[in-house]
Design a protein. Structure first.
Length: 260
């Protein structure tokens, strides 16, 4: 009798796991005449519209790291799109190339915003998505992109920057934020630290609801395992900061776009 019950439980668990399999797919979409290639992840066993997360990539483009984060969020019930800012087939193969690509968009914030808006619009019209609960999150270059989308007035439920650049040539645009902001920052990020106080002033002057969390011992790219483990280089993975910032991100999601 016990063996029979145990066998039934195992079969049920296997069926449940199969039904809850995370689906992933590449998605082509456009901004103007430019074709972009994003990456989607979602649990297709959920049949009702649910909150979504838009991820903006770091300076190398859409990589395994963005795909991994997308799947982590999909496992929690979110529909996730890792956006493509650079264009289909445009991927950096070296830091020098990545710097040039990222610089193009940092110097053209209008284009940067347009590329983010195209991804947001794609996600918003997806039938699986609750359009009122989309959160925009970015890493490094993408963190800047997430903040730019807020400054552009994109009607997201929240905006999150992981070790992103905080500079803004038009601080008054912060008045356009329509939702709360979370910034996860490495306390020893020498490249971004000069931008911290101007950023906070920008947020305060425009009465933005924001959280700014600084992680001790962390330098730039602290959530990226590919950044190595030598903080003296200015970029390095920091496991403690990675885990803490993810927990803070989960709290933020539960506040602005909870899975019910």
């Amino acid at each position: 009798m016990f063996k029979s019950i145990l066998s039934s439980v195992v079969v049920f668990m296997a069926m449940t796991s199969a039904n809850a399999a995370i689906k992933t797919e590449s998605v082509d979409y456009k901004e103007g005449k430019t074709t972009l290639e994003g990456f989607m992840a979602y649990d297709d066993s959920i049949k009702t519209p649910r909150p979504a997360v838009l991820i903006i990539h770091q300076w190398m483009g859409v990589t395994d790291n963005e795909k991994m984060r997308a799947q982590m969020l999909a496992e929690k019930g979110y529909v996730v799109l890792a956006a493509d800012i650079y264009g289909k087939g445009v991927r950096a193969t070296s830091p020098d190339e990545a710097g040039k690509l990222a610089g193009q968009y940092k110097n053209d914030r209008k284009l940067f915003r347009a590329r983010g808006q195209a991804a947001f619009d794609l996600l918003k019209k997806n039938k699986m998505v609750d359009p009122k609960h989309i959160v925009v999150v970015g890493y490094c270059f993408g963190g800047t992109g997430a903040l730019e989308m807020g400054r552009a007035g994109v009607p997201a439920a929240g905006f999150v920057s992981f070790h992103g650049g905080l500079s803004n040539p038009t601080p008054a645009d912060a008045k356009n934020f329509k939702a709360p902001v979370l910034v996860a920052h490495g306390a020893l990020d020498k490249g971004v630290n000069p931008e911290v106080m101007p950023f906070m002033k920008e947020m305060d002057d425009n009465k933005v609801d924001y959280q700014f969390i600084s992680y001790s011992g962390a330098v730039h790219a602290f959530t990226q395992k590919s950044a190595g483990n030598d903080p003296s280089k200015g970029v390095a993975y920091n496991e403690k900061a990675d885990k803490r910032s993810w927990a803070h991100f989960m709290d933020f999601l539960n506040e602005v776009a909870p899975i019910k």
